[in-house]
Design a protein around this ligand. Structure first.
Ligand code: ASN
Length: 306
């Protein structure tokens, strides 16, 4: 088994060594699995349980103070499972796997996704809000009222938090190159192969201070994740922009055309930046090996095989 994982694209993290140790633990856990699908679920399970990453525990808070998780998985037979907008679900990737393996559908949302998790033994009702995230939200004078009031509130906050990946904006602390340079704790993803088949998965809490109910790229097939017989990809970064260019599909399309994994990742990120001017990263695993690329200040990755 060969597994590559990422811990999100964004600024330089405060504690890169401990984040790297958790990423390495995740890929180690993945290579011990029986199938690529087991491997990506196992790897993401480790990362979803770490408050250092924006997935599961430690996920980003939406405008109503709730953390809602999203995830997607895909295997090289083009079976897909995704689940989104799940309060209290730490292991979103496991719910996506339930959708992939136990339902005739590709995407289940909200309260029904939480019910599905419950029914298939994925824990629900977990407190995903860390003290740090709760304090940060409370410091921001949370909005009451309906969506319009929430939209007014988030207009000056969404895209400017310290766990956001590279969006260009006038007041967001961007670096000289126009991309955000703030520290972050980010979305997680993994791609695995047993030498014959592939699986790709991505899991997130989304982006801080987004409108309650917002869903980004992560559970959208082709955007946050994609997989074919040629290999798989997992993306991270400004989800609205990733979805606009279907970043993971773009990277895997190069694998389908016979391009190597590193070149596929670089070409996809170059195109993403040219089209959106925004920030993202992608990991790619193909038949010939692994690659990764990002245009933000940092994206930690780990590779393991045996
Ligand atoms: N930081 C991230 O990668 C966030 C994720 N792509 C989202 O937009 O939901």
């Amino acid at each position: 088994m060969r597994v590559i994982a990422h811990g999100g694209a964004g600024g330089r993290p405060d504690e890169p060594d401990s984040r790297q140790a958790t990423l390495d633990e995740a890929t180690r856990r993945g290579v011990d699995a029986d199938t690529p699908l087991d491997a990506v679920e196992a790897a993401l399970g480790v990362l979803e349980s770490s408050p250092r990453f924006n997935a599961g525990v430690g996920g980003a808070v939406q405008s109503d103070g709730v953390v809602r998780t999203d995830a997607g998985v895909m295997t090289s037979d083009r079976e897909v499972g995704a689940a989104c907008s799940m309060p209290g679900v730490e292991h979103a990737a496991s719910v996506a796997r339930v959708v992939h393996s136990e339902t005739p559908h590709i995407f289940v949302s909200g309260e029904h996704a939480v019910d599905l998790a419950d029914e298939f033994g994925v824990e629900t009702g977990v407190d995903l809000l860390t003290d740090e995230k709760r304090e940060r939200y409370e410091d921001e004078d949370p909005p009451g009222g309906g969506p319009r009031e929430h939209l007014d509130w988030l207009a000056t906050r969404f895209g400017s938090g310290d766990d956001q990946a590279g969006e260009r904006s006038a007041d967001s602390g961007e670096g000289d190159d126009g991309k955000r340079d703030a520290p972050d704790h980010d979305t997680v993803g993994a791609v695995a192969t047993d030498g014959e088949t592939f699986a790709a998965a991505t899991s997130t809490g989304g982006r801080s201070f987004a409108l309650a109910g917002r869903v980004g790229d992560v559970p959208q097939v082709g955007s946050g994740f994609f997989c074919t017989e040629a290999g798989g990809a997992s993306a991270t970064g400004a989800g609205e922009d990733i979805a606009r260019v279907t970043l993971s599909r773009r990277a895997v399309g190069y694998l389908d055309d016979g391009v190597g994994a590193q070149a596929a990742a670089e070409r996809a990120i170059d195109e993403f930046e040219a089209i959106t001017g925004s920030g993202a990263g992608v990991i790619v695993l193909g038949t010939e090996g692994a690659g990764s690329a990002f245009n933000t200040d940092g994206m930690q990755t780990s590779i393991a095989y045996k």
